[in-house]
Ligand binder design. Structure first.
Ligand code: GRF
Length: 207
């Protein structure tokens, strides 16, 4: 069974959805550690309440390089046996770009959720980007992390309609509800070993 590490920075609602699903829906993965770069992240309290171990590795005022910071994260992951061999790392609202060294060490072991249908609207404020562009559908994407920003092989996507009177807030809320479902589904597929990567495509072997 894989050991799961989740990296957060704030609210932690995707993390919560994953942790709840592991318990209730019996996803075969061990929720080993939640790591936050922000000591005030709401998600830390949620995880602690659920009895999951947490660590804070504060990034504010850290004056080393990105890789030096990531080495601290890796040390915490390894301490909880979230290794490149036995681990899965989920980025869930983790507001930092991770270093190429971290990505290559944990190759195809790091996944992320993005609140848009990639490759449209990567980066920050994806929901606002989608609204401003005038698309009629948006949604979310769960993908493996590679060295680009939101560019790795896509595991799955869920769509929501964009209505004329949607605001950034209403659209974000609709997408977030889909995110929770999509992230849980993706973690299950990866935990069960059903996702195979071929180039920049993934295949769901369970289908
Ligand atoms: C989500 O919208 C996610 O797609 C984005 O950051 C937000 C995190 O929300 N990367 P939460 O912390 O999981 O509630």
């Amino acid at each position: 069974m894989l050991n799961l590490g989740i990296l957060i920075s704030g609210r932690g609602s995707n993390m919560e959805a994953i942790l709840k699903a592991i318990k209730r829906q019996k996803i075969p993965i061990n929720p080993a550690i939640i790591i936050s770069n922000n000591p005030d992240a709401m998600g830390l309290k949620i995880a602690q309440k659920m009895g999951i171990k947490t660590e804070v590795i504060a990034s504010k005022n850290f004056d080393g390089t990105r890789w030096q910071y990531d080495q601290k994260i890796i040390k915490a992951l390894e301490k909880h046996r979230v290794t490149p061999k036995n681990g899965l790392v989920c980025l869930a609202g983790f507001m930092r770009i991770i270093s190429p060294e971290f990505i290559s060490k944990y190759k195809n072991r790091i996944i992320n959720i993005h609140p848009a249908i990639l490759p449209s609207f990567p980066g920050l404020h994806a929901q606002k980007q989608a609204l401003d562009y005038g698309v009629k559908f948006s949604g979310c994407t769960v993908h493996f992390v590679d060295s680009g920003v939101d560019t790795g092989p896509i595991i799955l996507q869920e769509i929501v309609p964009v209505l004329d009177d949607d605001t950034e807030e209403t659209l974000s809320r609709k997408i977030l509800a889909k995110e929770h479902k999509a992230y849980v589904k993706a973690v299950r597929l990866v935990a069960e070993g059903k996702i195979k990567i071929a180039g920049r495509k993934t295949r769901n072997q369970g289908r």
